[in-house]
Write a protein that binds this ligand. Sequence first.
Ligand SMILES: [Fe+2]
Length: 206
Amino acid sequence: MSQSIDSQFHLVFPVVILEMTLGLDAAAYAADIRAVIGDGAYTTYHDADINRRFLALDATQELIGGIKQIATVYAKKINLDRGRHPEDWQINIWANVMKQDDSHEFHTHAMSSVSGTYYVQTSPDTSAIIFEDPAFHRKMYEEPIDARAKQTGDPPYYNYNNWYRKPPADTLLMWPSWLSHRVERQRNDVERISVSFNLDSRQNTK
Ligand SMILES: [Fe+2]
C-alpha cells in the first residue's frame, strides 16, 4: 500500500453549523430587549406589536446587517445556490427570554433555508441548545461510540446522536433550517436571552 488509509475517507452529507463571536454590545442589547419584551412574554414571535418594537431597536438592525453578511459566506460554504449578496436575504427575526424551568422541544424551522440564534445573555450553566443527528430516525439501534470520543467531546463528531452547545453571550450560531434542535430546561434563574431568525432568498441568480 503506497497511500495512507486516512486519505481515502470521504466526508459525505456533513451538517455544517457556524459558530462565531460578533463583537456587539450584548449587555446593552439585553437591557433593550428586556425593556421591549416585558415581564409576561416568552418570545416576540407571538406578538406582532412587541416584535415591531424589537425590530425598531438599533441593535436589532445592526444584527440583521451582520447576519445577512455572514449568511452569504455560510450559504457558499454549504453549496446553496442562493443568497449570494446580503441584500438577497429575507429575514424573520424575533427575541426570546427563557426563565427558570422554561424549555423548548425538538423542532425545525419550516419554509426557510438558513436559521440561527444570536445569544445575548447567558450564564456558564445556561441551558444548552441540542442538535439532533438527522440520521437518528433511520438508526435501528444506538451505535456505541468509542471511549475516546465519549471522553473528549472533541471533533470530529462522528456517530453522535445529539450535539450540545452552551454559547457565551455575543455568539452567533447558524445552521440549515431543516436541522432538528431543542433547548433543554433552564435550571438557574439567570434569564437566557436570545435572538433567533430564519433566512430565505428568492434571488438566487444575481
Ligand atoms: Fe429553533
